[in-house]
Design a protein around this ligand. Sequence first.
Ligand SMILES: Cc1cc2nc3c(=O)[nH]c(=O)nc-3n(C[C@H](O)[C@H](O)[C@H](O)COP(=O)(O)OP(=O)(O)OC[C@H]3O[C@@H](n4cnc5c(N)ncnc54)[C@H](O)[C@@H]3O)c2cc1C
Length: 324
Amino acid sequence: MDTTTWDCIVVGGGAAGLSAALVLGRARRRTLLLDDGHQSNLAAHGIGGLLGQDGRPAHDFYADGHAELAKYPAVRVLAARATAAVAAPDHHGPAFTITLDGGEEHSARTLLLATGMSYRYPDMPGIAERFGKSVFHCPFCHGWEVQGGQLGVLDGGTTGAARALLLRAWSDDVTLLTDGPANLAAEDAARLAQAGVTIDERRIAGLQGPGEHLEAVAFVDGATRPLTGALVAVTLAQRGGLAEQLGAELANAGGHWAESLRVDGMQQTPVPGVWAAGDTVAAAPSVAAAIASGSLAAAAIVHSLTSLLARPDDVAHADAAISV
Ligand SMILES: Cc1cc2nc3c(=O)[nH]c(=O)nc-3n(C[C@H](O)[C@H](O)[C@H](O)COP(=O)(O)OP(=O)(O)OC[C@H]3O[C@@H](n4cnc5c(N)ncnc54)[C@H](O)[C@@H]3O)c2cc1C
């Protein structure tokens, strides 16, 4: 067991966790960032819509984040997976033990869960290998890259009409693919017709095209329809069981979120000493929102640490205490 009691352990090194660690490091708080390197957008062509980084490959963005953190001696980054979290508060305040996949244990006064979410898309041939490229869940992220093409919305549910109308911002040629009889309200059907959206109810066999590119949707009857981009619905589910182990409450925020974490306006969960940021709480699922919530959570954690009683192993400033 590492005998350092970290001021904060940040679990997850995506946009939210890196942003939080940066703020914590600049506040000279002893911070351990744990990350096993599965940021949700790594498969995408680039980060769409992030000011100052628009279109930048996600790998490069995270590498820059690591380089920035390296300047702050209070921050240690470990490429590791946190497998267990136990809260063990004492008279000094909250305290936690985190166990890593190799069995190593670390203790901390506060925790930030920035573990991201598992994006679940329809189980249909041709989606997985194109997800984040020609097949996407977020038109604000990837609509620009497929603009003007033959676009499809794969959605036979109640959200299909709204999503097809939304996608019209990126192309005049939009088809709502319902994969079976369309169950549209008369009002939705009228709005789709007015917007020039085609409805295709044929059963879908899969998506086709070379590599990550999309050329057509294939139907069960053997026919195809040309398609260069497809919007699919996703649900976001928690990754791993840390939040549950700590007793953090799940909220059903609706929309994309199957199970988000409940937090207050400063990203704090109802569990004392535990904050959460990024996709794991229901905000706009975007890199910009993740950066913002990570930064906010870190500032709140720094404030909270000032009100905790000092433990015997605490030192005023991290620089002297840690070799990174
Ligand atoms: C395919 C795709 C494309 C996207 N494109 C865009 C886009 O163009 N523009 C945009 O703004 N948004 C985009 N998004 C959304 C955006 O990527 C997310 O909203 C954002 O990355 C969320 O950041 P996060 O830090 O919360 O989570 P993540 O980036 O997912 O990072 C979480 C990190 O925590 C790690 N982790 C999880 N559990 C543990 C654990 N127990 N121990 C250690 N590490 C752990 C994971 O491995 C991961 O590295 C896209 C999403 C997807 C899925």
